[in-house]
Design a binder for this molecule. Structure first.
Ligand code: NDP
Length: 243
């Protein structure tokens, strides 16, 4: 039995990734920070379909939480085959209006949380000499988004981190790749008005918003054996918006 940890899998993209990886035969750890009930719903759905899933509370901005989750999974399942560093939050607004607290929260959740999870899981994967990590960046990490400068910084950092880590872990058989979604219809965009959304979609060559499943399909491929010669890559899932 292969095991996958997905941080922030109670909703949105992480939820779709957890369901997809469960269908691929992984026992999935459905990480959450606040929404225990939603995480349990995801697990119930997977278990109803014959899969294996359990919810685990882990605030990725707290290193001890991440450490405890990885230790728990290693002790219970013996191996950690895939890790998806998905948990993330947005921060919309002018930089000059961001408080210290907002900046630190976004950096600690999106960037430090990703790094800490990769470090803890990496210790297990390097000793196994096997494993696959996928990190979640964003098109704003590739080109920068106005009024999302701190968010963009964290997502750009994730790209550089993932490429560096791919080189570092490859000699031990561990692959690291990154997915950079475009506009995906989830709660993270709930601050946008219908007009905002319509104008974003008008610029998408494929003419629609992405779905969490679009991203999950890319992640499922990257962790699979079909991508066994792929590491250090950034796969854009954005309908052609950023090429
Ligand atoms: P959602 O807001 O729908 O879901 C966010 C998830 O992250 C939830 O499961 C939430 O858990 C979890 N989370 C938030 N804070 C923490 C924390 N401190 N520790 C652990 N988990 C946490 O977002 P999306 O599904 O849209 O985003 C998933 C990832 O994809 C993010 O990294 C995001 O930046 C990235 N992305 C999204 C895009 C989009 O347009 N949707 C575009 C580009 C990138 P809980 O429910 O418990 O709060």
């Amino acid at each position: 039995m292969k095991t996958a940890i997905i941080s922030g899998a109670s909703r949105g993209i992480g939820r779709a990734i957890a369901i997809s990886l469960a269908k691929e035969g992984y026992a999935v750890i459905v990480g959450y920070c606040h929404n225990k009930d939603k995480s349990k719903e995801v697990c119930d759905l997977i278990i109803k379909e014959g899969g294996i899933a359990e919810a685990y509370k882990c605030d990725v901005s707290i290193a001890d939480d991440v450490k405890a989750m990885v230790e728990y999974v290693k002790a219970k399942y013996s191996t950690i085959d895939a890790v998806i560093a998905n948990a993330g939050i947005g921060a919309y607004g002018m930089l000059i209006d961001h408080s210290d607290e907002t900046i630190m929260k976004v950096v600690n959740t999106n960037l430090v949380g990703c790094i800490t999870l990769c470090r803890e899981a990496g210790r297990v994967m390097l000793s196994q000499k096997n494993g696959s990590i996928v990190t979640l960046s964003s098109m704003w990490g590739q080109v920068g988004g106005s009024c999302e400068s701190v968010y963009s910084a964290t997502k750009g950092g994730i790209i550089a981190f993932s490429k560096a880590l791919a080189k570092e872990f490859a000699p031990n058989g561990v692959r690291v790749n990154c997915v950079a979604p475009g506009f995906i219809d989830t709660d993270i965009n709930s601050n946008l008005t219908k007009d905002n959304i319509d104008s974003i979609i008008a610029d998408v060559p494929l003419g629609r918003a992405g779905t969490p499943q679009d991203v999950a399909n890319a992640v499922a491929w990257l962790v699979s054996e079909k991508a066994s010669y792929v590491t250090g890559q950034v796969l854009s899932v954005n309908g052609g918006l950023i090429i």
